[in-house]
Design a protein around this ligand. Structure first.
Ligand code: ZN
Length: 125
């Protein structure tokens, strides 16, 4: 599990690096519901890099063979928490962009595009 976790963090760091190189300025782990990994505060765009295992990626999540029930419940709680954070953020006027860790690894330009689109779509006020 430690391996999964560190790989997720790598994707997040990689994404932040590229965003920064593109001239996008953000805050890390800004105090908001769900603690977004990346937050464009003025633009009110919150970005989450969801780990494939912890957040139940449809492509990569496999329930571990042992303790299946425990993991299924844990996943359910995580996903519920994600959805709750999304709706809280929306209520506060924030746009939410969620990307899977594997998307960052497989096709980072697509991810950057989605984020850039969200950031430029909003107006600052
Ligand atoms: Zn995945």
């Amino acid at each position: 599990m430690a391996r999964v976790r560190s790989k997720d963090t790598d994707s997040e760091i990689r994404l932040r690096k590229v965003l920064w190189q593109k001239g996008l300025r953000y805050r890390v782990r800004f105090k908001l519901p769900g603690t977004p990994d990346i937050a464009f505060v003025k633009k009110r765009v919150a970005v989450f890099v969801d780990g494939c295992f912890w957040h139940g990626c449809p492509v990569h999540y496999r329930a571990p063979m042992s303790n299946a029930e425990f993991w299924t419940e844990k996943l359910r709680i995580n996903v519920n928490r994600d959805r709750l954070a999304d709706s809280r953020l929306n209520e506060m006027g924030w746009a939410v962009v969620r990307v899977w860790a594997h998307e960052v690894n497989d096709d980072i330009s697509q991810v950057i595009q989605r984020i850039t689109k969200a950031v430029t779509a909003t107006t600052d006020n």
